[in-house]
Write a protein that binds this ligand. Structure first.
Ligand SMILES: NC(=O)c1ccc[n+]([C@@H]2O[C@H](COP(=O)([O-])OP(=O)(O)OC[C@H]3O[C@@H](n4cnc5c(N)ncnc54)[C@H](OP(=O)(O)O)[C@@H]3O)[C@@H](O)[C@H]2O)c1
Length: 274
């Protein structure tokens, strides 16, 4: 078993280059999935308060028999905690049954309540208190990020975005890169919107004796994006991790990039958010 390589975050911490998504698994399903994933070599798991499965993730982390520092647990807080993020993170830890999280994200900017700067200040405090090692954002556009950076001088370590060849988030990724922020891709396989079966993806896959999902995940990792595909299927979990062994040529990455589709169901974080 070989473990995924790591990326170095702007706070100096290391994060595995691929992870396991967990939505919409329940506590029992996620526990089983995590134990399988850890056995295969995954070391990063992505949960959230909103997924209502943090307890199952925490149980798997405790039962896996791995040193705690070998496992990277990401979770997220909901909008209700933007006024008191420390309390939000304490709630995450209670449900996880862990002493600390490796990464906590503000799940959505929720500009309607205009509290995300305060929420970011709260995450900084949670980090100082040792409740979390690294802190970041999710679904933050450049304008949201600029505000928190202007207010605190601290850029997130990670910004988790909906990102795949149908919706590449070019401007958002460029902003993240300029500020040393790792872009983590949610729905990296397109979340069942036909991307995995697309003929152009099949063509690249055939040239590599790889699966279409592996080619899509290589599109992320070779561009420095950190994908967190979700699968509850042991075979697909293994397949997705093995995508790290696929090396695409520049023109193949470009062919996948050309799949950008303005009609893809991109979620607008100025409007939507838990
Ligand atoms: N920050 C946010 O706002 C946000 C929003 C949404 C999601 N997320 C996170 O991102 C994770 C991933 O995103 P997602 O679940 O939306 O989409 P995704 O990972 O792109 O797609 C998941 C779907 O792909 C299937 N799949 C997985 N591996 C496959 C393979 N090798 N071949 C064929 N099909 C495969 C899964 O089915 P099976 O399970 O049957 O294999 C599932 O139906 C979530 O689980 C969650 O942790 C974050």
């Amino acid at each position: 078993m070989s473990l995924a390589p790591t990326l170095t975050l702007n706070d100096g911490n290391a994060i595995p280059a691929i992870g396991a998504g967990t939505w919409p698994l329940n506590d029992d399903e996620v526990r089983e999935m995590c134990l399988t994933a850890f056995g295969l070599g995954y070391r990063l798991v992505d949960t959230a308060e909103n997924y209502r499965n943090e307890a199952g993730v925490g149980r798997a982390v405790r039962e896996a028999g791995l040193p705690r520092e070998e496992v990277f647990v990401t979770t997220k807080i909901n909008r209700q905690w933007h006024g008191d993020a420390v309390a939000g993170v304490r709630g995450n830890l209670e449900r996880l049954g862990l002493d600390y999280a490796d990464l906590v994200l503000l799940h959505w900017p929720n500009p309607d309540q205009d509290l995300y700067v305060r929420a970011w200040e709260g995450l900084l405090e949670a980090r100082e208190l040792g409740l979390v090692k690294s802190i970041g954002t999710s679904n933050f556009k450049p304008a949201h990020l600029q505000r928190i950076i202007d207010a605190t001088g601290v850029a997130p370590a990670v910004n988790q975005l909906q990102c795949n060849p149908y919706t590449e988030r070019t401007a958002e990724r460029a902003y993240d890169a300029e500020h040393g922020i790792v872009t983590e891709s949610w729905s990296p396989l397109g979340a069942g919107n036909g991307l995995v079966g697309h003929p152009a993806v099949q063509e690249v896959a055939a040239a590599h004796d790889a699966t279409t999902a592996q080619v899509l995940l290589a599109w992320h990792t070779q561009q420095g994006l950190l994908p967190i595909p979700k699968s509850a299927n042991p075979g697909r979990l293994a397949e997705n991790l093995a995508a790290l062994n696929v090396r695409l040529a520049d023109d193949e990455i470009a062919a996948l990039t050309a799949l950008e589709d303005p009609d893809y169901a991109l979620v607008d974080s100025d409007v939507f958010g838990h």
